[in-house]
Design a protein. Structure first.
Length: 332
């Protein structure tokens, strides 16, 4: 199931109206400063100091975090067509990126709780919510020690948020997220070796707490990948005119690398796919070489062109796609 990677038009229109009141050049300068800080591993608390910084983030960074998050949630919907969450908790919500993505994937969703501790993000999120996230509850708080938020949620998402949590608080943050989850917990993180390693630490903790790993892995056993290899995916997104302007970039698109994990409660468990493509298939003269994560571990398989029955369907697949048992030919 594929969803548009472009943020919803209501949000884009609301941002365009806010942008009209601001100097693009001043916002571009902010963008340069903010992106340098994020790239250097600084957190939102250090990078986003006022509402104009939050607006710059909305224009230059949110399109990529939105694209990665809707891609990951779309994978979850593809794996579990009957999963129909109505109540969602968005941890480290920022401007509500993950909630917006989830509403596109599950339009029946009618309760979104956004939790964040950044005053500028909370202020802008409240301004935007009327137009793009009607009826959302926007709450100030620490995701590692959240306030009472009522009954557990069908879906809990933390997108590009746990990456900002200090090592010593990470376990508490994962425990808090899991304790508020009655169905599926989706974690979306930057696609870097550091964030993959941290995600695997969170995965182990969730499994020890009884969680089932539903995506992207085919099992809940320890991850078989060994450093320097790491599991990540890629999503392509179009850049708007303002996005290019703020980034000082010419290319009409960018590729966002991300890592993700969906853990589910035993009673709402979602069966993982038998295997998933861990990289873009390598094109050979006589076929395709495919790296898979399968129940038995990491596999490199070659599908030959002459094996038309298998080659036809598999050549339509790409990095991150599920592969069913028997879809690939014999192991090399
Ligand atoms: C990079 S932004 C991502 C925002 C949004 N989820 C997205 O995908 O665009 C990280 C967010 O996590 C929030 N955050 C970081 N640490 C937090 C904490 N301990 N409690 C609550 N929010 C936190 C930041 O304030 C920020 O809004």
């Amino acid at each position: 199931m594929r969803f548009s990677t472009a943020p919803p038009p209501e949000l884009t229109a609301a941002l365009a109206r806010l942008l009209d009141e601001r100097s693009r050049r001043a916002l571009a300068e902010r963008t340069t400063r903010i992106s340098a800080l994020y790239r250097a591993g600084r957190t939102t608390a250090q990078a986003i100091l006022d509402e104009d910084d939050a607006l710059a983030y909305a224009l230059y960074r949110l399109p990529a975090t939105y694209a990665a998050t809707i891609h990951a949630l779309g994978r979850l919907a593809e794996r579990a067509p009957d999963f129909a969450p109505r109540r969602m908790l968005d941890l480290g919500a920022g401007l509500g990126t993950a909630s917006l993505a989830a509403r596109e994937v599950w339009p029946q969703m009618d309760e979104n709780v956004l939790l964040d501790r950044s005053a500028p993000f909370l202020a802008l999120a409240r301004r935007l919510a009327g137009e793009s996230l009607a009826e959302a509850r926007i709450i100030a708080g620490d995701l590692a020690a959240p306030p009472d938020l009522g009954p557990a949620f069908d879906l809990v998402v933390a997108s590009y948020a746990l990456t900002e949590i200090a090592e010593e608080k990470l376990d508490a943050a994962v425990d808090a997220a899991w304790s508020r989850c009655a169905g599926a917990l989706a974690l979306v993180e930057p696609g870097t070796p550091r964030d993959h390693a941290r995600l695997m630490r969170m995965r182990a903790r969730l499994v020890a707490a009884g969680a089932h790993v539903s995506l992207p892995c085919p099992h809940s056993a320890p991850c078989p990948l060994e450093a320097p290899d790491w599991c990540h995916f890629s999503v392509r997104l179009a850049r708007s005119r303002d996005h290019k302007l703020l980034k000082g970039a010419d290319a009409p698109f960018e590729d966002e690398k991300f890592a993700y994990l969906v853990a589910t409660r035993a009673e709402a468990s979602i069966e993982p796919a038998p295997a998933r493509m861990l990289a873009r298939p390598e094109v050979l003269k006589h076929g395709l070489r495919i790296k898979l994560c399968a129940a038995a571990g990491i596999e490199e398989v070659t599908v030959l062109k002459r094996d038309k029955q298998k080659f036809g369907p598999i050549k339509k697949k790409d990095w991150g796609d599920e592969v069913a048992a028997g879809e690939t030919s014999a192991r090399e």
